[in-house]
Design a binder for this molecule. Structure first.
Ligand code: CP3
Length: 345
């Protein structure tokens, strides 16, 4: 294994001192980059991009060629698991993700099996190995999966169109047995998938619980948190783990209690309050409002400095946005953000 030349991100995850705050950006490889759009056009569609390790590797490295980021994130999608379960994923421009065979009944849940990460998802492991080779130890590589609840919402809804989650939430209150059976099979799948990414060489693992914040407090604990806690505990501490529940600001203490290495914060959480509530037992990742990237560069610089001040000088902060970067952002604004983080306060 090649030694890492830049381990700022991993040091911050372990709450060790760093020379400057590490930074990476959720969805850093994406449509705001013209070179991403060109590779995607060459691939034909988004899924082809994910399933062709050479192309997934190429787009993973694109943001690093432009900006001195402190981590790379595997280019893939959380919906590779439902796809590998045979639900028929398509992701079309302007439509978003769609599953051809959503899970609508107990019988549909009974038919689901755990995908083999080396076979059904072997293209992801191949991409990880290729990216690690191409990175040559420049920065660490983050692997990821969706949380069981977030994956279940897509599987039940059949897509991402309904942000009220009418079908998925009706399972929370009316189809408890089927829902928990679904969450069990997805949890087992996520664990074996993340272990396979780790064996293939990723340096840290992140779980995206994008829709956990749609749940009521007790339902969050039952349907999202307990399964993420199982994932963290099964993975152990061979590599650091980051849990990110968007809209999870009320539950930070419980998220930290899972034993994860870091808690991802969306922009609604004041960093000082997060630190006060969680203490220093985990690192914190976040949490600039992605909308700031639309402002003029001097405003971006001010907001970055304010965010760094709010997290304070103690070790254990990884700079990021509070959610993914959007396609309309000017890459020069991203360059200004990264430079401002590295300059510090
Ligand atoms: O961060 C990175 O650079 C790594 C790549 C990454 C993608 N998706 C690439 C992608 C990661 C980490 C994800 C995770 C993901 N996918 C999440 C959780 C993170 C989050 O943003 O909350 C979710 C909810 C999904 C499901 C999904 N996939 C959505 C909602 C979309 C967008 C649909 C659209 O057209 O806006 C996708 C597609 C997707 N995944 C794109 C990218 C770059 C855009 C597809 C394209 O190129 O057309």
């Amino acid at each position: 294994m090649t030694a890492l030349q830049n381990d700022r991100f991993l040091r911050a995850l372990r709450r060790q001192p760093v020379d400057r705050t590490p930074v990476w950006i959720m969805r850093q490889a994406g449509r705001y980059l013209p070179e991403y759009r060109a590779t995607r056009a060459r691939a034909g569609d988004f899924l082809k991009l994910c399933k062709t390790p050479e192309l997934a590797c190429e787009v993973t490295l694109q943001p690093l060629a432009r900006f001195p980021l402190d981590a790379a994130i595997l280019f893939s999608d959380i919906l590779t698991i439902p796809d590998a379960m045979g639900l028929g994923l398509s992701i079309d421009e302007g439509v978003g993700p769609r599953l051809a065979s959503p899970v609508r009944s107990q019988a549909d849940v009974d038919r689901l099996g755990v995908p083999d990460p080396h076979d059904d998802l072997g293209y992801v492991c191949d991409a990880v190995r290729l990216i690690k080779r191409e990175l040559g130890g420049r920065v660490p590589l983050i692997g990821f999966a969706g949380s069981p609840w977030t994956l279940a919402t897509y599987m039940i809804e059949g897509g991402g169109g309904d942000h009220d989650f009418k079908r998925a939430k009706s399972w929370v209150y009316g189809e408890t047995k089927a829902l928990h059976q679904l969450l069990e099979v997805v949890t087992t799948s996520v664990i074996s998938y993340l272990k396979a990414q780790r064996e293939a060489g990723v340096d840290a693992l992140m779980v995206f619980d994008t829709w956990g914040g749609a749940l009521a407090a007790e339902a969050y604990r039952e349907c999202s948190l307990q399964y993420m806690a199982r994932i963290v505990s099964e993975l152990g501490d061979a590599v650091p783990t980051i849990l990110f529940t968007k809209g999870g600001g009320s539950w930070l203490e419980s998220i930290a209690d899972t034993g994860c290495s870091a808690v991802g914060l969306d922009w609604t959480v004041p960093p000082m309050e997060a630190r006060r509530r969680i203490g220093h037992r985990v690192a914190l990742q976040g949490n600039l409002d992605p909308a700031v990237l639309r402002a003029p560069i001097p405003v971006i610089e001010q907001e970055v400095a304010a965010t760094l001040r709010a997290f304070g000088p103690a070790p254990g902060h990884i700079f990021n946005l509070g959610h993914g970067i959007t396609p309309d952002i000017n890459p020069e604004h991203v360059a200004a953000l990264v430079a401002a983080v590295h300059r510090g306060v």
